[in-house]
Design a protein around this ligand. Structure first.
Ligand code: SF4
Ligand code: SF4
Length: 448
């Protein structure tokens, strides 16, 4: 038994040219209006006519067995680790979900850190040729109190052949200079947040008694001068959206974009955990506003990223997309069963309280833990969090966006649906997909 795939998007472009997208395979085809209508109606009639044959080869017609369709997807289940030496931070950012949450802000004990490193070593992909991925996160990981722990983590990572990402507000980079240079070969990214020109950044990212913009921009400058891979992250909401173009201009004036590796990553301030943050922009609003506001020069846009847009990235991979994302296709290719590492339970966040979390927005909340690493590694099989494949969400099974959206953010679903982590989180994805398709079609098929 065959049928039209549910993973089809059809759009009329002109009277004689419609486009069809297979969101499972990434195929994009120009079709006749008749075929377009039939695809829209999911109707192949009593027999497959010759007209349908090309579409058969492109995966628009499938056997009626969704499990079989998804089974061909490779298992990407490697575990990635995040170590939080502390959940405290020296900044008081206005929108920070950790600041707004009621969790205890605590440092990790050295004994707890050693157990975290044991857990990490046990799960390392030794001898498989795969790089282990470790993120240093917080709170703020680069504080004078935590520097000894960071050094210990990096020394263990060196033995495990890891790629290390450091997520920092930049204020501690100067004290960590020697450490960062010593372990430079491990570091694949240092992410330093800058939310706008000085007055805007300092108003949002408050360093009591200090100049957080000066510290963050000085840290970026130092990384660039020492060939360390650095990304400036701009957490964006309604309160700084209008200054994004000025921020890009400021970076241009400093010559930062002359470094091929440097990028600015815009990310929407989120509230997936439901802390009541003000001024949020939807992904649609952020993408369309940035697209309008930023210079369109392709050489500059190659340095601009949208992160962590887990919906956009796979679309970028399959179809090529706005705002420089097309440069970064290698890591997201293929339909995906899981929205994020938390949904796949492949993200292990090792927190100071000895518990393991899957989602960053849950760190410190005991009922959201997926396991513990004290006194030894133990993953809970029946907790609140479970694997959440898109094929396991009733509402998503037949949704045309399923292979790209993968059911959305579980935390968002939980917050907005009374703790139902297993529910769908559509947000504004259908609308956003329409917008992306318009941009892609303009660029890929200019003659239409
Ligand atoms: S569930 Fe996934 S996408 Fe949602 S906040 Fe957590 S890590 Fe991010
Ligand atoms: S979350 Fe919504 S948009 Fe995403 S796949 Fe499920 S039903 Fe579709």
């Amino acid at each position: 038994m065959v049928r039209v795939t549910p993973y089809v998007y059809v759009r009329e472009m002109k009277a004689q040219a419609w486009i069809a997208v297979n969101t499972f395979t990434g195929a994009l085809d120009v079709v006749t209006p008749e075929l377009g209508r039939e695809l829209l109606a999911h109707d192949i009639g009593p027999a497959i006519t010759r007209e349908w044959e090309p579409l058969l080869a492109r995966g628009y017609i499938i056997e009626d067995d969704m499990d079989k369709l998804w089974k061909v997807q490779p298992d990407r289940g490697e575990v990635g680790f995040t170590v939080c030496p502390t959940t405290s931070c020296n900044l008081r950012c206005t929108y920070c979900f950790q600041r707004l949450s009621t969790i205890d802000k605590q440092d990790m004990d050295m004994e707890v850190l050693e157990l975290a490193l044991v857990a990490m070593s046990q799960q390392a992909h030794r001898g498989t040729g795969k790089k282990n991925k470790v993120v240093l996160y917080g709170g703020e990981p680069l504080q004078s109190r935590t520097m000894g722990m960071v050094e210990r983590v990096l020394s263990v990572c060196a033995g495990l052949s890891c790629n290390v990402t450091i997520i920092t507000n930049g204020t501690g980079v100067e004290s960590a200079n020697a450490l960062l240079l010593h372990y430079r070969d491990l570091i694949n990214r240092i992410q330093i947040t800058i939310d706008g020109p000085p007055e805007i950044h300092n108003r949002r990212r408050v360093l009591p008694g200090g100049d957080s913009f000066g510290a963050a921009s000085g840290a970026i400058e130092w990384c660039l001068n020492h060939d360390l891979p650095v990304v400036a992250r701009c957490n964006t909401d309604r309160f700084n959206m209008d200054s994004c173009a000025d921020l890009v201009g400021l970076f241009q004036a400093r010559g930062w974009f002359n470094n091929a590796e440097f990028a600015i990553a815009f990310a929407p301030v989120g509230d997936n955990g439901g802390f009541g943050t003000d001024g949020l922009l939807s992904e649609y609003e952020l993408v369309t506003s940035l697209d309008r506001a930023l210079p369109s020069d392709p050489a500059l846009r190659r340095h601009i990223r949208l992160e962590p847009m887990l919906f956009l990235s796979p679309i970028a991979a399959q179809l090529g997309i706005v705002l420089g994302q097309i440069e970064r296709v290698e890591s997201h290719v293929g339909p995906r069963p899981y929205y994020c590492g938390a949904a796949a339970m492949t993200s292990y966040i090792l927190a100071p309280n000895g518990l393991i979390y899957s989602c960053w927005e849950c760190i410190g909340k005991e009922d959201h833990a997926i396991g513990r690493f004290v006194p030894e590694l133990d993953v809970f099989p029946h907790g609140l969090w479970r694997k959440r494949p898109v094929t396991g969400i009733e509402e998503c099974k037949e949704c045309f966006l399923g292979p790209l959206c993968a059911g959305g953010c579980p935390m968002y679903a939980a917050t907005h649906q009374k703790r139902n982590l297993m529910g769908p989180a559509c947000e504004d994805r259908p609308q956003l997909f329409d917008y992306y398709m318009e941009k892609v079609i303009d660029r890929l098929l200019p003659s239409l």
